[in-house]
Design a protein around this ligand. Structure first.
Ligand SMILES: *[C@@H]1O[C@H](CO)[C@@H](O)[C@H](O)[C@H]1NC(C)=O
Ligand SMILES: *[C@@H]1O[C@H](CO)[C@@H](O)[C@H](O)[C@H]1NC(C)=O
Ligand SMILES: *[C@@H]1O[C@H](CO)[C@@H](O)[C@H](O)[C@H]1NC(C)=O
Ligand SMILES: [Cu+2]
Length: 269
């Protein structure tokens, strides 16, 4: 009896998801007039994850190049990261940065489909280009995003905002504000539009966590490779080129189903 109630709720929820995914999502505007030569960076305070996010105007002012270098990443990933609406206040409170930068107001649902980055929240960088996978101690990523803007006065402008990293439970781990390190000049809009969709993501460290009970303490020196502390051979650095067009819809559907099942289980208890 309870099971059938749960199943019909599940069915209703699934129908809701299907109806929602058919509704066309708003699309973000591609930016081609970023100030040429502009460079800014967000340096993390380094209490846990260390490193920085450097952003530059793309060639000819087309898009924004993101270069991310991180170390000291805790083991309880995967971690997502986004541009958030507000800057971090003096006291470093990441919660005060409010929600993701979302000038098209598409909201959180459905989950970003990285094969259609224009339909994602502009600030959802890990949604568009991949999260920091579990078990990595360092992370580097380099990609050109067409929708985040370096043009002051536009809704997608983000240099007055912040970048925030999250645990899998969405708790905010660390955050930082962008600071301009090199002011740009007026763009040259006639220059040809580069169409570089290549995303390069490099992560080092063991892919799976130790299962022998010698889990790495979070007090381990930041930036060390856990493989060294467990006596294993150091892992080779992996370089994993990822196509921006790769579809993750299967995994997002799986998580939707898992979430629905989780909800149904709770109802049955
Ligand atoms: C951090 O900011 C949030 C949201 O503004 C607020 O609710 C919370 O009280 C703040 N915490 C601290 C320690 O300032
Ligand atoms: C950031 O700049 C944009 C565009 O100039 C503006 O609309 C927005 O209100 C600013 N946000 C903050 C938090 O200063
Ligand atoms: C979220 O996860 C982190 C890391 O596992 C943990 O320290 C924190 O307490 C969790 N927060 C909540 C609200 O569950
Ligand atoms: Cu976020």
């Amino acid at each position: 009896m309870r099971t059938s109630v749960a199943l019909s709720l599940l069915g209703a929820a699934a129908t809701g998801v299907a109806a929602q995914s058919q509704k066309p999502l708003p699309t973000a505007v591609a930016v081609n007039n970023n100030p040429v030569g502009l460079v800014a960076e967000a340096v993390l305070p380094g209490n846990n994850i260390k490193g920085k996010v450097v952003v530059k105007s793309g060639d000819g002012g087309v898009g924004t190049q993101f270069n991310i270098e991180l170390s000291g990443i805790p083991e309880d990933g995967p971690f997502t990261y986004h541009i958030h609406v507000n800057p971090v206040p003096e006291n470093g409170n990441c919660s005060a940065t409010l929600a993701h930068l979302d000038p098209t107001e598409r909201g959180e649902d459905p989950v970003c489909d990285k094969s259609k980055p224009e339909t994602c929240q502009v600030g959802d960088l890990s949604g568009k280009y991949g999260a920091i996978t579990k078990g990595q101690t360092t992370f580097s990523a380099s990609y050109l995003d067409k929708y985040a803007s370096l043009v002051e006065g536009t809704g997608a402008y983000f240099l007055n905002r912040s970048i925030v990293f999250h645990y899998p439970n969405k708790t905010r781990i660390t955050c930082a504000n962008f600071k301009i390190t090199n002011a740009g000049s007026a763009p040259h809009p006639s220059e040809s539009v580069s169409d570089d969709h290549t995303v390069t993501v490099t992560q080092t460290g063991p892919v799976s966590l130790p299962t022998n009970g010698t889990g790495i303490s979070s007090a381990a020196p930041i930036g060390t490779n856990p493989a060294q502390t467990t006596g294993g051979a150091p892992s080779p650095s992996g370089t994993m080129p990822v196509e921006a067009g790769a579809s993750f819809s299967t995994s997002s559907m799986t998580s939707v189903v898992a979430a629905l099942l989780g909800g149904a289980m709770m109802l049955m208890l």
